[in-house]
Design a protein. Structure first.
Length: 90
């Protein structure tokens, strides 16, 4: 249970740091009529969506590059090749 709470805390802190760096949200504070402080969080959902789409496209591009590299490295047997089997007698 403690590990789960630590994981959730790490995710929340990561989102807060990355979101602030990428301008996913804005914090503002000021006094209200009663004299108390008011904190407002504005989420920029369009910016978040754009950043997530661009990250998804970058990951897909990297995966397709790796697949192409692996296909180029693999040796495909030609049609005339015959598989060789070796029998070892005890």
């Amino acid at each position: 249970m403690r590990n789960l709470l630590a994981f959730v805390a790490a995710v929340v802190i990561s989102f807060a740091v990355v979101g602030y760096y990428l301008d996913w949200y804005a914090l503002s504070s000021g006094p209200v009529a009663t004299g108390e402080r008011n904190v407002t969080v504005d989420f920029h959902t369009k910016k978040i969506g754009q950043d997530l789409r661009s990250a998804e496209q970058a990951v897909e591009h990297k995966i397709s590059q790796r697949v192409k590299q692996n296909e180029a490295r693999s040796v495909k047997p030609s049609e005339g090749d015959v598989p060789v089997s070796v029998e070892i007698e005890p």
